[in-house]
Structure formats: C-alpha cells, structure tokens
Design a protein around this ligand. Structure first.
Ligand SMILES: [Fe+2]
Length: 370
C-alpha cells in the first residue's frame, strides 16, 4: 500500500509546515491554492509561502489549467509543491508535479504514457473533509471541450507529506462540510459493500463506520472542531481503502454528472447514493446490514433515511435541486454510458447495464425534484 511518507495532524498543525519542509530538505515550494481558501483567515499561517501562488482554477480543474501550473512551475526555481485546498487543488498539484518532472503534457499520462521519474514532492494541506485526495494515488482532471472527467492512477501521485489541520475546515459552510463529509462516508460505505472488499479492508471500513455518523452529524450541525478533526482523519484513512476495493455506481455516476453540469463532486455523489444503494442491496445485503448495525441503525432502511436527513438538513437538497433546475436538458443515456466505463464498475456489488444505470439516474433526479 502506498501512503504519504510524512503525516502531521491536529489543531494548528499547519504551523509545523516550515519544520516539515526543512526535514524534507525542500527549500523553494510552489504553492497551488484553492482561490476561495486563499481569502480565508486560515491561510494567514501560510502567507510566507503564498506570495507567488497559483490559484487560477475552479471546482473541476482542466488540462489547460494544469499546463498553466506546469509553465509557472518551470519558470521558477521551485523544488516542491504545497497544495492547499480540496480535491481540485490537490489533484491539480499532483498532476503538475508529475508532468513537471517527467516532461510532455498532462494529457499524455492520462492516455497511457508511464511516468518514470519521481515527481516533484507534493505537501498536501487539505481544507475539506471528504475527497481524501491527500492520501490517494489517483487524480481527476477535466477535458472541458468533451466534456469529460479523466482519471489516472499512479503511485507517483501519492503526496510526499500531508498536514491535517482541522482549523483549515472552519471556514467551510454547512453545505460544503456536509458534501465533503458525505463523500468521505460514501468512500467507506462503497468500500465496505464492494465486490473486491476483503477481510482486511472490512476491518478498516467497519472501524471508520463506527465513528463517521456522530462526527458528520456534529460537524454539520455546529462545526464542532473535534468532530471536524475526526472527520478529516476519517476522510484521509478511507481513501487508503479505495485502491484495494474500488467504489460503486454512485461514484461512477458522479464524474460524468460533474463534467456535464460542473456540480461539486460531493453533491453529485450524495445525489446518487440512495438510488444506487437501493439497486445494489440485493447483492450486498449482509455487508450493508453490517454497516447499518455498526452505525447504530436498525436494519432495513435506517442508514438511507439518515443519509436523506443529512442531505435535507444541511442544505444540500436545496443546492442540488437548484443546480439541476438550471440545466434545461441532461443526456441521461450519455451520463449512464460514461459511468459504465468507470473503473468503479467491476467493484459494484450488483451487475449493472445501461437500462439499470438510466433508472438510477432518473430515480435520483426525481428525488431531487427534477
Ligand atoms: Fe469521492
């Protein structure tokens, strides 16, 4: 299992960044930072590093933005990258580091070119509690002209070091805490019911399921700092499972929907979760009921009702519904076809085809008032 070489966690742990860089012998970092995070107070602790930071990208970073980042990196005398933000900033930084070290353009590596040289070291400072991009050998970059999100897996994409500071999360609004937290929860649940799950991965997923309910509820309700800290640790650990287990149709669908609509990944995952689980239930009854039990729900729907209540009470429901209402037409078949090309399909508990995938999309759209 590939993991970051260094992990520092806890409140105010970002203050250890200079020490960490010294320990890793990194002297001139290039900073990739989410533009929204750059404005937050948290970043004051990083201000020494942010003079020439790169922040010209959005929720779904594109290949053109990666090229801009690579260009800026090569223009300076940088020896490392500090990535500050959610999955978009961290994924972009990882691909910039891979491309800057190995040459060519990022698209080459998404079309099969193998990286041979160790990438530029990346220090990840996540500011959301969901994607787990900081502990993942994957990256997703958008081709806006198609439009399509493309994924890549390489052990070279694992960040060198990670700082998990829960104080980086307090500026998130409730919807984003819920959306990123629900993404982390879905990583655990999908890993737990995965066709590829093993005794070892289930030990880890069961442990994470034990604590995710309380921490997600408290974090969404009143931004409880201890709950945010737990959620951040859960998101980090959950992502370590994914290369072993894969995920399921809910994640497979989230990427094409995100590519077509620009919807945030966590919102898209939450939108498909309930209908996907209902479809898969006949093929993963035991593991799903085990998840319900571990989380303290009665078997037979308690878990899915809880998911629905988090979505409604956090404001995610209204945000997703508004988003969907702003699109006049969505090509259900195209979203379904692209989802079925996902690397998450072989691990989906139940065999699935185009008809069933379209049904899940339609059911999810109806759930959110479309
Ligand atoms: Fe995810």
């Amino acid at each position: 299992m590939t993991t970051p070489r260094k992990l520092i966690s806890g409140r105010s742990s970002v203050s250890f960044l200079p020490e960490l860089l010294k320990e890793l012998n990194l002297k001139t970092p290039f900073v990739v930072i989410d533009p929204k995070v750059k404005k937050a107070n948290f970043i004051k602790q990083l201000s020494d590093f942010c003079e020439n930071s790169f922040d010209d990208f959005g929720t779904n970073p594109t290949f053109a933005q990666v090229s801009d980042g690579v260009l800026l990196f090569r223009e300076g005398e940088y020896d490392s990258i500090i990535a500050v933000g959610g999955g978009s900033a961290i994924d972009l930084a990882k691909v910039v580091g891979l491309t800057a070290a190995n040459g060519g353009v990022a698209e080459d590596y998404f079309q099969g070119k193998k990286a041979e040289i160790q990438p530029v070291p990346v220090v990840a400072v996540p500011t959301t509690c969901g994607t787990g991009a900081e502990s993942s050998p994957f990256a997703v970059i958008m081709s806006p002209d198609v439009p399509k999100k493309r994924g890549i897996e390489s052990s070279f994409l694992m960040p060198t070091a990670v700082i998990l500071d829960p104080e980086s999360l307090v500026s998130l609004d409730r919807v984003m805490i819920a959306a990123t937290g629900m993404d982390a929860f879905t990583h655990i649940l999908e890993s737990h019911i995965s066709r590829k799950a093993t005794a070892l991965t289930r030990i880890v997923s069961k442990g994470l399921l034990c604590s995710v309910r309380e921490s997600l509820e408290k974090a969404v309700k009143d931004k409880d700092i201890s709950a945010l800290e737990t959620l951040q640790s859960i998101a980090f650990t959950a992502r370590l499972l994914y290369p072993r287990t894969g995920l399921s149709i809910a994640h497979a669908l989230s990427h094409p929907l995100g590519a077509f609509t620009g919807m945030h990944h966590g919102l898209a995952v939450a939108m498909f979760l309930e209908a996907s689980m209902k479809f898969n239930l006949p093929s993963c009854t035991d593991s799903f009921q085990e998840a319900e039990k571990v989380m303290g729900f009665s078997c037979g729907g308690g878990l899915l009702s809880w998911v629905r209540s988090i979505i409604e009470e956090s404001g995610m429901m209204a945000e997703i519904s508004d988003y969907l209402a702003s699109f006049h037409s969505l090509s259900i078949e195209r979203i379904a076809s692209e989802a079925l090309e996902s690397s998450n399909i072989p691990s989906n508990p139940r065999k699935i085809g185009l008809t069933e995938t379209c049904e899940i999309i339609n059911e999810s759209l109806a759930d959110f008032g479309r």
